[in-house]
Design a protein around this ligand. Structure first.
Ligand SMILES: *[C@@H]1O[C@H](CO)[C@@H](O)[C@H](O)[C@H]1NC(C)=O
Ligand SMILES: *[C@@H]1O[C@H](CO)[C@@H](O)[C@H](O)[C@H]1NC(C)=O
Ligand SMILES: *[C@@H]1O[C@H](CO)[C@@H](O)[C@H](O)[C@H]1NC(C)=O
Ligand SMILES: *[C@@H]1O[C@H](CO)[C@@H](O)[C@H](O)[C@H]1NC(C)=O
Ligand SMILES: *[C@@H]1O[C@H](CO)[C@@H](O)[C@H](O)[C@H]1NC(C)=O
Ligand SMILES: *[C@@H]1O[C@H](CO)[C@@H](O)[C@H](O)[C@H]1NC(C)=O
Length: 342
């Protein structure tokens, strides 16, 4: 409990400054917006899962050690950066609570590891990222006093800024996943009143951050920032790695099946229209015209040759059988051609 005394001081001073300063005054890498557990949300009467809200704490991320570090490795391995270099904004108890709530969603998303991983990443980043204050901004809080008389400030609502494409990619990896028992889409149960057909990345996240859904301990106002959009106040929208549902998450893992992920279905080759063959050309002349001319010339030559041959053979006949020729000319049809000089 070495870190307990300064932490209490920080919380006390935070309580006193609330009236004047913004709830998350420092938006900086390595800084938290909230940390630890601050009891139940006083605005929620009915909850399916008892999960406490975090305490307001715009302070540097903590270096994780021992049990907390191994828990982080187990629940949010993507945030582990090494033995002495892993900082985070969550406590051991928060990691245990996170593990429990992720177990529920993972039972539903189990058929598609990529989706399950992307979904868990959203929660890990929100609750534990050492850069939490970069993309979150607390907007509502409540005062509470512990049994020991310590005054604390709990978080009731925060804004969460995500890169639009990061949110879309996470959503896309999950939108086709089916619940094994019913065969229906898992997102139908994760999008509130919109169901599967009207669900979008924004609506999907909004439902995760809606405390009236019976699971979320507080309200999260998700703001998806489009490409080259800016927020100001030093806020940087979260943009992390996502897995496509057709990708295996680990080396020995498998991509999601075709049933859960349209991208994984075998590609049916779409019949691409054959490009028209290049026009038939001989030199710069149209090929067909060229062939016709050639054929015409050939036929003309052949016909000419035939006529010459006939004349020659006829004049031979004439010289040998003069009388025969006379008779022939009588019976020949009018449309005939006389050899010149024949
Ligand atoms: C962050 O939260 C404060 C209230 O604590 C609010 O005044 C401010 O407008 C918020 N920032 C943005 C970018 O919305
Ligand atoms: C936090 O931000 C720093 C600086 O932008 C970056 O180097 C680091 O990778 C971030 N850490 C995580 C866990 O996103
Ligand atoms: C919770 O209960 C209190 C009184 O016990 C009531 O005033 C409040 O409206 C209830 N809130 C919700 C969200 O039902
Ligand atoms: C972490 O720090 C401890 C003591 O500060 C040291 O004994 C250990 O070798 C360090 N581990 C790594 C991986 O650097
Ligand atoms: C919390 O307590 C501070 C004084 O310590 C007070 O200024 C503030 O209005 C209280 N806020 C709420 C929501 O009760
Ligand atoms: C979101 O991510 C995309 C791709 O990584 C990037 O091109 C874009 O600039 C990012 N947008 C913001 C607002 O950071």
């Amino acid at each position: 409990m070495l870190g307990h005394f300064p932490l209490t001081l920080v919380l006390l001073s935070a309580t006193l400054d609330l009236a004047t300063a913004a709830l998350t005054g420092i938006h900086q890498a390595g800084y938290c917006s909230y940390y630890g557990e601050c009891g139940r949300n006083p605005e929620i009467n009915v909850s399916l899962l008892w999960s406490p809200v975090p305490c307001l704490s715009n302070t540097p991320a903590r270096l994780l050690k021992d049990a907390t570090l191994s828990k982080l490795k187990e629940v949010c391995p993507q945030l582990y950066t090494g033995e002495n270099t892993t900082y985070a904004c969550c406590s051991y108890n928060q990691l245990v609570a996170l593990q429990l709530s992720l177990a529920i969603s993972q039972a539903v998303l189990t058929r598609c590891p990529a989706c399950s991983e992307n979904f868990a990443n959203i929660y890990c980043q929100n609750i534990c990222s050492p850069n939490q204050s970069l993309f979150t901004n607390v907007t509502r809080f409540f005062n509470r006093t512990t049994i020991l008389g310590t005054r604390q400030v709990g978080v009731l609502e925060y804004q969460c800024f995500y890169n639009q494409s990061f949110a879309d990619q996470s959503y896309d990896s999950c939108k086709g996943v089916r619940i094994p028992a019913t065969g229906g889409y898992a997102i139908a149960a994760m999008c509130g009143k919109y169901g599967a057909t009207l669900c979008t990345s924004q609506r999907w996240l909004d439902f995760q951050g809606d405390s009236s859904n019976g699971l979320a301990p507080l309200d999260i106002d998700f703001q998806l920032v489009p490409a080259n959009g800016a927020v100001g106040e030093g806020i940087v929208p979260l943009n992390g790695k996502t897995w496509r549902c057709s990708e295996a998450v680990s080396a020995d893992g498998e991509p999601c099946s075709c049933l859960d992920c349209a991208e994984s279905c075998p590609q049916i080759p779409t019949p691409t229209p054959q490009p028209p063959p290049p026009p038939f050309k001989v030199g710069s002349l149209d090929g067909v015209l060229f062939v016709c001319c050639l054929l015409f010339c050939l036929l003309t030559v052949l016909f000419g040759a035939f006529l010459v041959w006939r004349c020659v053979s006829r004049s031979r006949q004439a010289s040998s059988k003069g009388r025969q020729r006379q008779r022939d000319q009588m019976t020949r049809p009018a449309l005939s051609w006389e050899c010149p000089g024949g």
